[in-house]
Design a protein around this ligand. Sequence first.
Ligand code: CIR
Length: 259
Amino acid sequence: MSGWVALTRPVPQSIVDCQLTHISRTPIDVERARAQHAEYEDALRTCGCTVVQLPELRASPDSVFVEDVAIVLDDLAVLTRPGAPSRRDEVPPMAEALRPYRRLAALEAPATLDGGDVLVVDRTLWVGRTSRTNAEGISQLTRCVEGAGYVVRSIGVAGALHLKTAVTRVGPRHLLVNRDWVDASVFGGVSLIEVDPTEPFAANAMLIGDRVIHSTAFPRTHQRLRAAGIEVVTVDASELAKAEGGVTCCSLLVRGSEA
Ligand code: CIR
């Protein structure tokens, strides 16, 4: 068993009714969003993933953003309880999708936690305190993963939907960060690359192996990544950005697994 499986879900027509927190609603061209999602799946393949597209969930407007409903680690997967009630129907189908790959644990009420708030760096899970993730969610996640040798540390996030809107890994020892939204001084033993100030949403990048998938919307930040020796694979993600989604949210990576 080797490589990566990337789980994705199609863009439903209902995405036009998606949750929005920090941005205003603008019309989403669903066909264009679907074409961009297909381009994103191609980028995942370019980065060495086997893409497994799960069935469409027509009644769940945000179901393309699979990242939020589970945290997949090497040892287990934790099903979340998303902070937005409209997203909780996405969890049972994800449990079925993940069962062939991992032992499962699950958060329960009153916990809330979105996968977009969980940044894994080695054996540390940094968890953002946001409108989607509460203290009980962080406590329950800790209980689920500590037996497998993971440490959970919570971190404040201001002005962004999720922790990974503000900071993501772009290399074994590199983080890409928007310091307006998160206090990056807490991350030890890593090099910080700051987003270009004109591209505040550029901190969401997706690391797979030694390549990074990143939106075409952030050319100035690409220059910073390339200057650090990081290979960037670009995708147009502009329609999904209107739903407040970035590149990490549209897949769940399962390392070293085949169903
Ligand atoms: C939501 O508000 O839940 C969706 N419209 C966007 C979720 C994006 N997910 C992520 O950044 N992990």
